[in-house]
Design a protein around this ligand. Structure first.
Ligand code: AAT
Length: 292
C-alpha cells in the first residue's frame, strides 16, 4: 500500500488493485452493514467506497448509472413503475427520472448511511431523490421483493454491490425468482453483473439461472467504467414471458423529450448506438454466455 493512495484490494480480484491518489479524506464511518469512506481524489473527483470497494467516482459514474438504467428502460415502451434495489447514492434514480412515462419509482437500499452520505457529498448524484415520483424504503432488497405483489413493476434495476457482504443474496437464484414474480408479463430486469475479465464463473451461474427463470429474452451487456475492477462492468438483462423485448434494438428513445436535462443535467454517456454495441461480446465471453 502506497501512503497517500487508496488501493482497492479484494479477494474478488486477487493480484491486482486499482489505486487513486487521495487529496483529502472527507468522511469515514461504520454503518450497521459496512465501512463507508468518501475521499477527494486528485483525478476522479469525489469517491464513495464501501468495505474497501469503489462504488462510484464523480468523473465516471455516468457510464455505469446511465447504462444500467437506460439499457432496460429504453428497451420497452412507456415504462411506468420502476423498482431500484441498492443504488442508495441516488444516481440510478436520477436516470430513471429522465423517463417522462414513469409514474412511480420505488427504491430499496439496505444502508441509510449511503443515502445520507450521498446527499451530503454527492449532490449531483443524489439529485435523483428530489423527484416527487421517488419513494425510499430502507431495508434488504431480498425481503422487500418477496413482499411485492405479483406483476407490479415494468422494470427492476438491481444496482448492487459485489457478492461479498450484504449483496450476496442478490446474486442467487431465489432472488431472481422473486424479481421475475414482481414483474408484469414482458417486464424487464437489469442487474449489475460483474466483469467479463474477472468473473466469468459468476456470470456463467447468473446466466444459467436466468435462462431457467426468465422465459422472454436473456442477454448480457457491458460497458467501460475506468474505476471499477478491470475497467469494465456488465449487466444481465432479462424479460419475463409476454410481449417480446429485443434488448439489442432500443425502441424507446429518451432523446425525443429533453425536459429532464434542466433538472438532471445532460446525458454524458448513453446513446442508442452505444446501447446496441453494449451487447457485442468478445469471443471468449460469447462462447461461455451463449452455451449456458
Ligand atoms: N450506484 C453505485 C453503485 C453501486 S451501489 C450498491 C448499493 O447496494 C450500496 O449502496 C449497498 O449498500 C446496496 N446494497 C447492498 N446489499 C443490498 C441489499 N441486500 N439490499 C439493498 N441494497 C443493498 C454498486 C457498485 C458496484 C461495484 C462493482 N465493483
Amino acid at each position: 500500500v502506497i501512503p497517500g493512495w487508496f488501493s482497492e484490494i479484494s479477494p474478488m480480484w486477487p493480484g491486482e488493485a486499482r489505486s487513486l491518489k487521495i487529496d483529502k479524506i472527507l468522511f469515514q464511518g461504520k454503518s450497521d452493514y459496512q465501512n463507508v469512506i468518501v475521499f477527494q481524489s486528485s483525478t476522479y473527483g469525489k469517491v464513495l467506497v464501501l468495505d474497501g470497494v469503489i462504488q462510484l467516482t464523480e468523473r465516471d459514474e455516468c457510464a455505469y448509472q446511465e447504462m444500467i438504467t437506460h439499457l432496460p428502460l429504453c428497451s420497452i415502451p412507456n415504462p411506468r413503475k420502476v423498482l431500484v434495489i441498492g443504488g442508495g447514492d441516488g444516481g440510478v434514480l436520477r436516470e430513471v427520472a429522465r423517463h417522462v412515462s414513469v409514474e412511480k419509482i420505488d427504491i430499496c437500499e439496505i444502508d441509510k448511511m449511503v443515502v445520507d452520505v450521498s446527499k451530503e457529498y454527492f449532490p449531483s448524484v443524489a439529485v435523483g431523490y428530489d423527484d416527487p415520483r421517488v419513494t425510499l424504503h430502507i431495508g434488504d432488497g431480498v425481503a422487500f421483493l418477496k413482499a411485492v405483489p405479483e406483476g407490479t413493476y415494468d422494470a427492476v434495476i438491481v444496482d448492487s454491490s459485489d457478492p461479498i457482504g450484504p449483496a450476496q443474496e442478490l446474486f442467487e437464484k431465489p432472488f431472481f425468482e422473486s424479481v421475475a414474480r414482481a414483474l408484469r408479463p414482458g417486464g424487464v430486469v437489469c442487474t449489475q453483473a460483474e466483469s467479463i475479465w474477472l468473473h466469468m464463473h459468476i456470470i456463467e451461474d447468473i446466466v444459467a439461472n436466468c435462462r431457467q427463470i426468465f422465459k422472454g429474452s436473456v442477454n448480457y451487456a457491458w460497458t467501460t467504467v475506468p474505476t471499477y475492477p478491470s475497467g469494465v462492468i456488465g449487466f444481465m438483462l432479462c424479460s419475463t414471458e409476454g410481449p417480446t423485448v429485443d434488448f439489442k434494438n432500443p425502441i424507446n428513445s429518451i432523446d425525443t423529450d429533453d425536459s429532464h436535462v434542466k433538472t438532471n443535467g445532460p446525458l454524458k454517456f448513453y446513446n442508442s448506438e452505444i446501447h446496441s454495441a453494449a451487447f457485442c461480446l468478445p469471443s471468449f465471453a460469447k462462447k461461455v454466455i451463449e452455451s449456458k
